[in-house]
Design a binder for this molecule. Sequence first.
Ligand code: 5GP
Length: 196
Amino acid sequence: MTPMSSAEAPRLVVLAGPTAVGKGTISAYVRTHFPQVWLSVSMTTRPKRPGEVDGVHYHFVAEQEFQRLIDAGEFLEYAQVHGRAYYGTPRGPVERALASGRPALLEIDLQGARQIRETMPEALFVFLEPPSWDELVRRLVGRGTETEEERTVRLETAKRELAAASEFDVVITNDDVRRASEELVSLMSSRPSAQS
Ligand code: 5GP
C-alpha cells in the first residue's frame, strides 16, 4: 500500500448496512453536527413519509423520471430496494462535492455499495452493524412505518445483508448514535492504513 498524503482528493465514504440498523439516524446526526461533511441526497420512487422533505431527505420522483435518469447515465449507482421502490445516487452532485474539496457521504443499500465498489474502488466502504440481531428486529418492528408483509421482506433482506459485513473496509457498531457518527466522521478525515 502506498502512503497517502493530505493533499489527495477528499474522501468518498459509502455507508451501508442492513435495513433498520440506523443508517438514516446516523446520516441525520452527521447532517446536524458535522456540516463540513457533504451528504448525498438520493432519488427515490417511494412515497414520501410524514416529516420527510423533498430535496433534503430524498428527491422524490415518479418512475418515469427515474427511468429517464437511468437512460441518461445520471446515476452513480441505483437499485430496487426490498423489491419495491427504486433508489439512486445522482452522479453530478457527488462529483462536484469531491471536486470542491468536501468529503462526501453516501448512505445506500448493499447493492448500491457493490456497484460503487466496481466504479470507484478508491472509496472507503463502511458497514454499520446492529449491536445484536434481536436489537435489529426490535428497531425494525419499533419503527412501525411498514406493513407486516413489508417487515417480513425487510427482515429477510437484513439477514442476507448482515452476512456481507466482511466485504467492507470498516465495520462500525451502531450501539450509540453519537459515538458511531463520530467514528464515521473520523474516518472521513483520515486515511487509515487498514485499507491496504
Ligand atoms: P428508506 O426507504 O427506509 O428511506 O430506505 C430504504 C433503503 O434504501 C435503505 O437501506 C437505504 O440505505 C437505501 N437507499 C437510500 N438511498 C439509496 C440510494 O441512493 N441508492 C441505493 N442503492 N440505496 C439507497
